[in-house]
Design a protein. Structure first.
Length: 161
């Protein structure tokens, strides 16, 4: 794998034959972030979802955190260094998709940035990550969804600000 989490001071649970850190996502499944970034994610247009502890390690290793919650949710607390670009906007008593989402993300992130996408519980972030990978015009290829969102982040007592 092109990246090696060991040299960044991270201690994996296990390492596969390609030197990728493995974390159990569901029973009998594993996740290799470096393999995901090589191409199997963008080939299908479906982002990989990782547990919050893996997302935290990726964030510590240099991945940039895109928080797609509303500004109100974001101001109540967020992961350190997260950038807030809402995927959905409040309109009256409902919500609608942010029509400027792709343009706003493109203005804050480069095509070579490794991005982890989070929301409150994991639904909006999965939609946002899927859209980022599907939008050929943006050029984003290293996009990972955070399963469980900010709720799981705080339940796991990960750092917030």
């Amino acid at each position: 794998c092109p990246q090696n989490l060991h040299h960044r001071g991270l201690f994996p649970l296990a390492v596969n034959s390609q030197g990728c850190r493995i974390a159990v996502v569901r029973k009998n499944l594993s996740f290799c972030p470096k393999a995901a970034l090589r191409g199997n994610v963008q080939a299908t247009g479906v982002p990989t979802s990782v547990p919050v502890r893996v997302a935290h390690e990726l964030h510590q290793a240099g991945h940039r955190y895109l928080d797609v919650r509303t500004p109100e949710e974001f101001s109540a607390g967020h992961a350190p260094g997260a950038i807030n670009i809402p995927y959905m906007c409040k309109v009256g008593s409902g919500m609608t998709k942010n029509p400027n989402f792709l343009a706003e993300v493109s203005s804050h992130f480069g095509t070579y940035d490794e991005i982890i996408v989070g929301c409150q519980v994991g639904k909006r972030s999965l939609m946002a990550a899927t859209e980022l990978l599907a939008a050929v015009s943006t050029g984003f290829t290293a996009v990972t969804d955070i399963a469980g969102g900010y709720a799981a982040w705080t339940q796991n007592q990960l750092p917030t600000e």
